[in-house]
Design a protein around this ligand. Structure first.
Ligand code: ATP
Ligand SMILES: O=C(O)C[C@@H](O)[C@H](O)C(=O)CO
Length: 337
């Protein structure tokens, strides 16, 4: 099965809307955050990571977001420019709001946690007036990252982007992206996530994120019922991730393709989702069979969990293909199926 719903005449492949932040990952890992003393700074924020990942896969990517008007905002701009991400719609806060900081705790290869500093946060200051119809229309698809819906004015900006995407026949990709910070209550999560999910052509999320989204409209669905539910709205593809148990993509024709992770010695348990999303979406833009999109996504995800960073360790297509070939040589052709 292939997805060929993108308008190839549009100059950008994907515009992503959401947070750009900073990851601070400990160099002295396998300790608690209280014990770690030394950190490496990376561009962070799930949509920013995905933007870098797709750009490194040679896709043309733009970003709609709000950043702090300080040196950390400069760092985000400089990094996006170095990575070839189009940032004409990445704007600065005017009232001193700060860039999000994510301190990660890497306790073991299987146990990590993230501590997010998101008070008076810059990315949630994105405003409806920052959203431009022509910019959205210049892209084959718009990706909405769920955390952008957590508070106003970013919430209204994201919903305006969804409206304009519908108006301009721009497919919406919804990366549910649940982070507990900034959300007030489960009802708000369900209301705003389902508002976007029901307009989306492609939905990507973990089982927990779908449960949060469906909590009011359709609680208690299993994976196949979940896929059927969103395909009955506008979804063509529903991807449900289950961490190191792997993931499954469901289509509106009733097909499904499951994939396991590629075997790796993980360094951390996070970062896989953004590597997965960027490589999976690359395959979709290349009009690959869904099975091949999943394989590339799963391979990239595995490469990310064995890396120290996220955005900085997003792989090129060549390195992912080499990783897949080496994995198949060592574990067999069907290593991840
Ligand atoms: N320990 C692991 N080893 C290999 N691959 C992994 C591991 N953990 C996760 N992955 C890969 O990463 C993909 C996404 O991971 P997960 O389901 O945790 O999504 P996520 O919560 O969005 O990730 P993130 O932590 O980046 O937010 C998985 O489907 C799997 O392919
Ligand atoms: O999404 C975030 O804000 C945190 C990310 O930057 C971090 O790299 C991570 O947890 C990736 O899944």
């Amino acid at each position: 099965m292939k997805f060929d719903g993108f308008d190839s005449s549009r100059p950008l492949d994907l515009v992503l809307l959401g947070r750009a932040a900073i990851d601070l990952n400990p160099l002295d890992y396998y300790k608690t955050l209280a014990e770690s003393t030394t950190y490496r700074k990376y561009l962070g924020g799930s949509p920013a990571n995905i933007a870098v990942g797709l750009s490194r896969l040679q896709k043309k990517v733009g970003f709609i977001g709000k950043i702090s008007d300080d040196r950390f905002g400069d760092f985000v701009e400089d990094t996006f420019r170095q990575e070839g991400v189009e940032i004409s719609h990445l704007t600065r806060c005017k009232n001193g709001e700060k860039l999000g900081l994510t301190f990660t705790e890497i306790l073991s290869e299987h146990e990590s946690s993230i501590l997010m500093y998101r008070h008076a946060i810059a990315d949630l200051q994105l405003e409806a007036e920052d959203i431009d119809e022509a910019y959205i229309k210049s892209a084959k698809a718009l990706l909405i990252s769920g955390t952008s819906l957590a508070a106003s004015p970013s919430r209204e900006a994201a919903l305006k982007a969804v409206m304009l995407a519908k108006k301009t026949q721009t497919p919406i990709i919804f990366d549910i992206d649940y982070r507990a910070y900034n959300w007030k209550n489960p009802d708000e999560i369900a209301v705003y996530y389902s508002l976007v999910a029901q307009e989306s052509t492609v939905i990507i999320g973990s089982r927990e994120e779908y449960d949060l989204t469906q909590r009011l409209l359709a609680p208690g669905l299993d994976d196949r019922e979940t896929a059927r539910f969103w395909c009955a709205k506008k979804a063509a593809i529903v991807v449900i991730k289950h961490g190191k148990q792997g993931s499954t993509a469901y289509t509106c024709q009733g097909d499904s393709f499951s994939i396991k992770p590629f075997p790796v010695k993980a360094l951390k348990s996070f970062g896989g989702g953004d590597g997965y999303a960027s490589a999976f979406l690359y395959g979709l833009f290349e009009n690959w069979p869904l099975r091949d999109c999943l394989e590339l996504g799963s391979a990239s995800a595995s490469m990310l969990v064995k890396s120290h960073g996220c955005s900085a360790d997003m792989p090129s297509l060549e390195t992912i293909r080499t990783f897949i070939a080496e994995s198949k040589a060592e574990y067999g052709e069907d290593v991840c199926f």
